[in-house]
Ligand binder design. Structure first.
Ligand code: DX5
Ligand code: ZN
Length: 228
């Protein structure tokens, strides 16, 4: 993975057809997505339960781009090795998942993956000041984690702007997760985000038997960021 700040669209397979992940991943990659975002939820840190390491290992061969795994799990450290072995290119853990985020970031890199830190909407940007030299990505949650299809929280645009300034020349991606549409995408892109996770915004209107809307949706989000 070569670092750059171009806009990358990362569809969340939380909004895909769970009985057809292989076909869905093939369809979104054919439709022009840049990364594939996998939301792992534990039913404890967040009130929803989704994908464990065996599911990630099963879909890994279908992903030709980048497997971006977002862990909404607490405690998270005991599961890092398993998600890394399942083939995650990037593993993102929440700052709020425990008291030792520094150790968590070290563990992710030690397992050979890129390290991401995610911030819930209530968590200020400055909390990651002392992690900046050991991370590859910051994920700004623009919804409260747990579910797809929620409304974008506009106060987070300012957080993106602060993080962009804090990051300076460091090769750290700023990822936005939640409520991304052609209306909200330009706001966060302008503030400095380069990775846009979109679940419902990509999968809406389409299906395995009718994947054409995926391309329309991805292109509309990308075009909106280019018009700014
Ligand atoms: C929320 C997840 C998101 C979610 C985004 O906990 O981390 O990735 O699937 O879904 P939309 O784009 O529908 O808000
Ligand atoms: Zn996510």
């Amino acid at each position: 993975m070569v670092f750059d700040r171009s806009i990358k669209i990362a569809p969340s397979i939380l909004s895909a057809d769970f009985a057809n992940f292989g076909a869905e991943i093939q369809a979104i990659e054919a439709a022009g997505c840049d990364w594939v975002h996998v939301d792992a939820m534990d039913g404890h840190f967040v009130p929803n339960l989704t994908f464990g390491p065996p599911l990630c290992a099963a879909i890994r061969p279908h992903i030709k781009t980048v497997m971006d795994v977002h862990l909404m799990i607490a405690p998270v450290d005991p599961y890092i090795e398993a998600y890394a072995k399942a083939g995650a290119d990037i593993i993102t853990a929440h700052l709020e998942a425990g008291p030792h985020a520094h150790r968590t970031m070290q563990a992710i890199r030690a397992n050979g993956a890129k390290a991401g830190i995610a911030l819930n909407p209530a968590t200020p940007a400055h909390e990651i000041e002392y992690l900046l030299d050991m991370i590859d990505l910051v994920c700004v949650m623009t919804v409260n984690p747990g579910f797809g299809g929620q409304k974008f929280i506009t106060s987070q645009i300012d957080k993106v702007r602060q993080l962009r300034q804090m990051i300076g020349d460091r090769p750290i991606h700023i990822e936005i997760d939640g409520g991304v549409t052609p209306l909200t995408a330009p706001l966060v892109a302008e503030a400095g985000a380069d990775v846009l996770v979109a679940g419902s915004g990509v999968f809406k209107g389409g299906s395995v038997s009718n994947p054409a809307p995926y391309k329309t949706n991805i292109s509309a989000i990308r075009a909106a960021t280019e018009e700014r």
